[in-house]
Design a protein around this ligand. Structure first.
Ligand SMILES: C[S@@+](CC[C@H](N)C(=O)[O-])C[C@H]1O[C@@H](n2cnc3c(N)ncnc32)[C@H](O)[C@@H]1O
Length: 195
């Protein structure tokens, strides 16, 4: 598949609600268009694994901080049968011609003065390839809930995020690693913390 075709293929499948076909594109090599859509492409085993973890803990809603296009969140919403809410910054950019298409219905832009969005204790938090350490700490300090999911690179992946999935910060903040899994053989990991 040529790089520039990917976005069109994904948008067409999204419009037809063919989310399983989008999951099947998981082996697409990293390229500019792929990373505009999402940084980590889970397969059905990964999605089932996450479904088990959150079902065990009775989680029905996840707030994804820094959701980007929201494609990963839309796939999670479909497979896990839960509500996914996105949080981003800079609506103007995400509404501009430079932005990738957006896949999630509910995205809050937290830098808007009139946004009164509050994360509830019953909601879990997700940070996927988040790269803003100070903002991460602010979100964690405000959060009163019990589950945080981190998706990002492990050792040897060649990229870095803040937080990283196995960041020492979590222990310092009083969180316990409940479960973790490598996403296929990518050296990207999902880590689920609870308290
Ligand atoms: C590397 S991207 C990852 C996007 C998406 N989660 C993914 O995996 O494809 C990090 C995202 O975090 C967003 N971001 C940065 N600071 C933020 C903040 N304080 N609150 C919410 N989102 C933020 C950026 O706008 C960017 O879209």
């Amino acid at each position: 598949m040529v790089d520039y075709e990917l976005e069109k293929i994904v948008v067409d499948l999204y419009r037809e609600n063919k989310w399983k076909d989008i999951v099947d594109l998981k082996d697409t090599a990293d390229c500019f268009q792929k990373l505009r859509l999402l940084w980590v492409w889970p397969d059905f085993d990964d999605l089932n694994w996450l479904k088990n973890v959150i079902t065990k803990k009775n989680v029905r809603e996840i707030v994804s901080i820094g959701c980007g296009s929201g494609l990963l969140e839309w796939l999670l919403q479909k497979h896990l049968g839960i509500v996914m809410i996105g949080v981003e910054v800079d609506r103007k950019w995400w509404s501009s011609g430079y932005s990738p298409p957006l896949f999630l219905n509910t995205i809050h832009f937290i830098d808007e003065e009139n946004d009164s969005f509050k994360i509830l204790p019953s909601q879990a938090l997700l940070f996927c390839y988040f790269n803003n350490g100070p903002a991460f700490l602010n979100y964690m300090n405000e959060y009163r809930g019990k589950m945080v999911i981190i998706i990002g690179p492990g050792e040897g992946r060649g990229s870095c995020t803040d937080p990283a999935p196995f960041d020492k910060k979590f222990l310092d903040l009083g969180w316990i690693l409940e479960s973790a899994r490598e996403i296929r053989n990518t050296k990207d990991y999902i880590a689920v913390y609870v308290r």
